[in-house]
Ligand binder design. Structure first.
Ligand SMILES: [Zn+2]
Length: 338
């Protein structure tokens, strides 16, 4: 039997992680053993919820209703956003996570959209301790159906390394853009493996990411023309070349989550060529990516699994994939050769 370790206030056997001190960054979470890509690290419900905008009055009202333990827990979090004088509001704005990521049924999805519109967020006793990295090894997704937030490994995490996630949506910005966003919204200068590199390394990385942005725009424009004119698939292989170049940049720069959009484009580009085998293979790779990032529950919404099970249908039809709040509806009406 493994040893019992206290993790974030709850007792568990052989835990995969523990709270740890990371110097200037403060408290964070360390892997205690190797965590495989796609594994669920922890799932938890918020101990406090907020409706935005958070005001000194609304936050005290929410705090008053907490247990003594949770009151103390709330106050143990940092308040680092510049220009917010009220400590309670600052703690909430610094640490709260939006409750708005994909779930499995439509009603839950509507609920998520409603929650996002109203700006509902929450604080979690363990997941809110996860520090930011621009090359994260984990990500979280909210399930409205289960009312819980799940932290999942998006790549293999070696034992004793820090578990990190992204606090911002677009990690494909250049370093200065990411730094500004992180400072304005969370009050810290990022010193992650990507931002803390030598000036030469940062310049190279910024160049790569700028090239990715160019490719992304070019791919979007080209696929838009293609999908509007079925049968005009002459440029598919050129676009696929751009998609693979963009994918290589994301791989080199460790921007794993951003690959989902490209994975979906590969499916539909192969579908346009009429090559069923290549399309199914691309769909399986996309499925693998989404299982590791948004989890099995999120994957059900992509309809990919279902389509892979019945690839005999003549048309790919319309496959919808939700990534965070962005809804990608990609359609291709093609017929595969019998
Ligand atoms: Zn960074």
């Amino acid at each position: 039997m493994g040893s019992a370790v206290l993790t974030g206030g709850s007792l568990s056997l052989d835990p995969a992680f523990a709270l740890a001190n990371f110097g200037e960054k403060g408290t964070g979470i360390r892997a205690l053993k190797t965590i495989e890509r796609g594994s669920e690290i922890i799932s938890e419900s918020p101990f406090i919820r907020f409706t935005h905008p958070i005001t000194p009055l609304s936050i005290r009202h929410a705090w008053d209703r907490l247990s003594d333990e949770n009151k103390q827990r709330f106050l143990s979090f940092t308040s680092t956003i510049p220009d917010i004088d009220d400590r309670f509001v600052n703690i909430a704005e610094t640490n709260a996570i939006p409750l708005c990521v994909p779930s499995s049924d439509e009603s839950a999805f509507d609920e998520e959209h409603a929650a996002a519109r109203e700006g509902v967020s929450g604080m979690f006793k363990t997941i809110c301790r996860v520090n930011h990295s621009c090359e994260p090894n984990a990500c979280w997704t909210w399930s409205a159906r289960r009312q819980s937030l799940t932290l999942r490994a998006i790549r293999d995490i070696p034992a004793s390394s820090e578990i990190t996630a992204s606090y911002i949506d677009d990690l494909t910005l250049a370093r200065d853009g990411r730094q500004k966003m992180l400072f304005d919204n969370f009050g810290f200068m990022c010193c992650c493996s990507s931002c803390g590199n030598s000036a030469e390394e940062v310049r190279k990385s910024d160049q790569n990411l700028a090239r990715y942005q160019e490719l992304r725009l070019r791919i979007a424009e080209a696929t838009d023309v293609l999908y509007k004119s079925p049968g005009r698939g002459g440029h598919v292989h050129t676009i696929l070349g751009d998609v693979h170049d963009a994918m290589n940049i994301l791989e080199d720069e460790n921007r794993i989550e951003a690959k989902g959009e490209l994975r979906m484009q590969i499916i539909f580009l192969y579908a346009h060529t009429g090559n069923r085998k290549a399309t199914v293979k691309a769909a399986k790779m996309a499925l693998r990516h989404f299982k590791a990032t948004i989890g099995q529950e999120g994957v059900r919404k992509t309809e990919l699994e279902e389509w892979i099970r019945h690839p005999d249908v003549k048309s790919v039809g319309c496959v919808t994939v939700y990534i965070d709040l962005k809804c990608y509806v990609l359609s291709a009406s093609v017929s595969f050769a019998p």
